[in-house]
Design a protein around this ligand. Structure first.
Ligand code: IVH
Length: 705
């Protein structure tokens, strides 16, 4: 075949193959046998082999062309990737609607409802119709480029149909929609599309429940649920692995404005470009939303869906109102994830073990007869502390109710005392550390204690039991695991750390950076190749930003957020080490107990020595720019009391921070503003007494702008 003919033939083949792919993978309605499909693909490959310059990025042969990456490249999202707030009951949905009504007095709107499948959020960019880049959400601002892996997903088209020629309208014409409405959107969108170079769409990467079960069987129950399996698969550096995992992509958002006026039009356009989407159900009011919810819940329980579904997404149907409602914190105000009720099951607590954490905290863990809750087998649940066991009235041998809601880790919510046989045994926290035999102290945890921001020591109120031995091997092991995790050295898992420790290769995390290939290669079950991999990944990750380094130290009460605050305040490790308690205490968001813990950490000689050895062994800390805050409230301390009409407490907090201000909980002479809502508490009076400036909601909102 001459090149000119080959080119025409190749284009025809691509189009035909793509259509068959769509029928097979998206519509689940294959029109031809696999042989026909394979034969067409073979012919295309043959042409491409003969004329390599006929290979285009949207050729089906390009789905797995890529070689393994060294690491993922970070990409900044053109528009922030948000997430959704949750509602768990009709009442919470009603509260949400009430808030919207306060924000949009006089407007009327409808709701779009659709299933919320549980996977991983992704953004796809198409340039002139061709899929050029796909990324994970990351922190919402910056994600990771996973284009190669996304290309292996057969429900993602490598090229969009920008002519919107789709002609199977059936799925669009439910719930009173007509072909005329569909034609109208297309007509409006076509001229806009012609002028639009880049189209961004967002959707979820998912794994089918049956593929998850197969994979987990093969991989020894490596993944807790299909969502984790999907996330783990899409974050593989080698696209061949992603390919083998048979992932699915499902669209839910058209980010680019192509003239869509409501949620149905948004989805209709996605579908018209041949992207896989669900058509949303349009609800007149919350009553209808609740009915939709009940039906989906019933269907899901009867096993109708191939994918894990954790609820429905409900959003304001009209786009102009949705946009006007704006964003609060990390979520659009006009949308909400209405989650299915927690799944519950009963089982028997066979034993209670005690785990020793990084800071020496002893945590009782219930070992249960494995039970399936919402598709996931559960055998362990944290009991947090002795008081939680007392609160539940739990004995070893008891029959209990366990629950799991969405991503939430399983918990024991209730004991069924009527099921007792009389052979149940009381549990007591050990007097000595179960690992090192060291002395254990009982310490009170204040209910307002800091761990809420991610540091260790949280989960429940009451008293904590703590192993006092600073050299406790369990603590030491957890500190190492924590550092390796924080540094993202994924080749070195907990088992490997324990092995290295047992072999005498390492005594603390600093030693990890002094390991040599030869140290590891001689160990049984390791060998050259895996030693090389381990060393390479340690090398590749030993440069870290200051915030990560601080987090990795495992300072009591210092989670990722606090570490970021410290890094952006001090900018360098030296400055942080030398900081006085008062300076740390003055950093917004860092409370007294946390500040004290940080200050004391840097006063301990063995901690300083540890840091010194980390650096000596090659860890490089990249200094961070000190972030100067900006906004109308910089340097201002703001207290809010009472209920606000337009903002929830969390939203008000976010808004104050976003405006550069500090959110404080009690009024003092240093407070700059006290915002008074409905039914204010004693804080309003105190503000008056102290002469602090009082604002009503309108003044406050004005100030934020
Ligand atoms: S709309 C503002 N629709 O759930 C973000 N999200 O918990 C736009 N998700 O980040 C979300 N199915 O990854 C939307 N039908 C659906 C969804 C959906 C699953 C995911 C999405 C989102 C997360 C929030």
């Amino acid at each position: 075949m001459i090149k000119h003919e080959a080119k025409i033939r190749a284009e025809k083949l691509k189009k035909q193959i793509d259509e068959l792919r769509y029928r097979y993978h998206v519509l689940d309605d294959p029109q031809v046998t696999d042989e026909v499909y394979d034969s067409l693909t073979r012919e295309l490959r043959e042409i491409e082999r003969q004329y390599p310059d006929l290979v285009t990025p949207d050729s089906p042969s390009q789905r797995v062309g890529g070689t393994p990456l060294d690491k993922f490249v970070k990409v900044r999202h053109a528009r922030r990737m948000l997430s959704l707030n949750d509602a768990f009951s009709e009442q919470e949905m009603q509260d949400w609607e009430d808030r919207l009504k306060r924000l949009e007095p006089g407007s009327t709107w409808h709701y779009a409802c659709e299933p919320k499948f549980d996977g991983l959020a992704t953004s796809l960019i198409f340039e002139n119709g061709v899929f050029v880049r796909g990324a994970t959400r990351g922190d919402g601002f910056v994600g990771e480029d996973i284009t190669q892996n996304l290309k292996t997903i057969q429900t993602i088209p490598l090229k969009l149909d920008l002519e919107l020629t789709r002609d199977d309208f059936d799925p669009y014409l439910k719930n009173g929609k007509t072909k005329r409405m569909f034609d109208e959107v297309r007509k409006r969108a076509l001229p806009i599309i012609r002028k639009t170079e880049r189209i961004e769409v967002r959707g979820e990467v998912l794994m089918r429940i049956k593929d998850f079960n197969k994979l987990n069987k093969r991989e020894n129950n490596k993944f807790a649920n299909p969502r984790n399996a999907a996330a783990g698969s899409i974050r593989q550096l080698d696209p061949k692995i992603a390919l083998s995992r048979k992932l699915v992509w499902h669209g839910y958002q058209l980010v680019t404005d192509l003239g869509q006026k409501n949620h149905w039009e948004e989805h209709a356009l996605l579908g018209a470009m041949w992207l896989p989407v669900q058509l949303p159900f349009g609800a007149e009011n919350l009553e209808e939303v609740f009915r939709f919810m009940k039906n989906r819940s019933r269907e899901r329980d009867s096993g109708k869906y191939d994918f894990e579904m954790d609820g429905i997404v409900v959003q304001v149907y009209e786009r102009d109102i949705f946009e006007r409602l704006g964003v609060a914190g990390k979520a659009p105000r006009g949308a909400i994830a209405y989650k299915f009720a927690a799944k519950k099951a009963t089982t028997v607590v066979e034993d209670i073990l005690v785990q020793v954490g990084r800071q020496g905290n002893l945590t009782p863990i219930a070992v249960m007869k494995p039970v399936e809750v919402g598709g996931v087998t559960i055998a362990h649940a944290s009991l947090h502390n002795e008081d939680e066991i007392k609160r539940l009235g739990l004995k070893i041998g008891d029959t209990v109710v366990v629950q799991r809601a969405g991503d939430v880790i399983p918990q024991i919510v209730e004991v069924l005392p009527k099921m007792r046989s009389g052979r149940e045994k009381d549990f007591h926290m050990p007097k000595t550390c179960p690992v090192c035999g060291g002395k254990v102290e009982r310490r009170a945890i204040a209910s307002s204690s800091p761990p809420a921001r991610g540091g260790e020591g949280g989960g429940g109120r009451g008293a904590a039991h703590v192993c006092l031995n600073p050299k406790c091997p369990a603590k030491n092991l957890r500190v190492m695991e924590h550092l390796v995790n924080a540094f993202e050295i994924y080749t070195v898992g907990p088992k490997i750390i324990e092995r290295f420790k047992d072999e005498g290769l390492i005594t603390d995390a600093a030693d990890i950076f002094a390991l040599k290939k030869e140290d590891i290669a001689v160990l049984e079950r390791f060998g050259e190749k895996s030693a090389e991999n381990i060393i390479a990944s340690i090398e590749a990750h030993k440069q870290v930003p200051l915030s990560k380094f601080i987090y990795a130290l495992g300072i009591l009460h210092v989670g990722e957020e606090t570490a970021i605050d410290l890094a952006s305040h001090f900018g360098s490790l030296e400055k942080l080490q030398k900081a006085q308690l008062s300076e740390i205490d003055a950093i917004p968001n860092i409370g007294g107990a946390v500040a004290k813990s940080i200050y004391e950490y840097f006063r301990e000689a063995h901690n300083l020595k540890y840091i010194e050895r980390l650096l000596k062994n090659g860890v490089e800390v990249k200094s961070q720019k000190i972030q100067t805050k900006s906004g109308p409230l910089v340097g201002k301390k703001v207290v809010v009391t009472g209920t606000l009409q337009t903002l929830s407490r969390e939203e008000a907090k976010e808004a104050v921070r976003a405006a550069g201000g500090d959110w404080v909980s009690s009024v003092s002479r240093n407070t700059d503003y006290v915002v008074v809502g409905e039914n204010p508490g004693s804080k309003a009076e105190k503000a008056r007494d102290l002469g602090v400036k009082i604002l009503d909601e309108t003044e406050f909102v004005k100030l934020l702008k």
